[in-house]
Write a new protein. Sequence first.
Length: 303
Amino acid sequence: MCDGDITCTNIKSKKNSALAMNLNAVGGGDNSLLYCNGNGACKSTQQRSDALIYCDGDGACKDSRMQAKTIQCQGKRSCKNAIIQPNAGDELELLECQGWFGCATTNVIMAKEIRAYGFNGLAGAIIETRGIPEFTLKAYGFRALAGTTIDCKGSTCNIDCKGNACKNVPITVAKSSTLNLKPAACDPNSPAFELNKKDPTTGVGSKVAGVNCPSVLYARADQTEEELAAWRQSYVEAWKASEEYQEFLEMEEIAEQETEAYIASRLQDYEMLNEYDEEEGDDEFFAAQEKDVPYFNVFGLLQ
């Protein structure tokens, strides 16, 4: 359990702040829980759980590599810029992006289900199905998938869009894949599909019952992976040239400055109390991390 601000990161150690800690909740089966509750609680770490990783707090699991069956990103920017994937030989059954910017700019690999409910909850992310049998995405948050790309490859992809959550999101569907899109009229293969009249050159469908459509490309047999990736990236570049993206950057910069100022004040508190770097055990612990100890264990909570 990492309960409190910057509790399970190396940021408190002046000598070892660049050394990524490994946090593991293993051995408890489905009861294993890696609990990161607090601002920056598990920031910039390697995380692995047999069952659940829970992140709540500003940047609680930001910039981390995360592997589990279920990952819940509840707090503001809680899993931003993370790499999210299943454990080897296992499945990532559910990723929840609830918080403001909760899973923004992440790389999500082989998740069976994603729930993008937060504002910009999955913005700027890269989603790859990589042949899992079935993939489900529920995009309900405001601008939830802005600047995100989806590569549906070797999978049945069920994508449910609300409001502007999927607006102009590029989705490539490989020959070996199936797309079930809601609203169905956003699918260019649907007889009800109509091009956006404001800019028909984009290939994006018109709004359907108040829902902005994504942009869908069904891959031809002669198209290469590089061509499909370039097509998806063209939409990302268009997003980055928009006012919306500038707003995204400004909000992120303000949030980062606020967090850095807060963490700096917390570090001053730690230094005054002499709880970390001045203790001999702390230096000994990190020396062992660098030489002999491959990871730091956080045991699963048994419920």
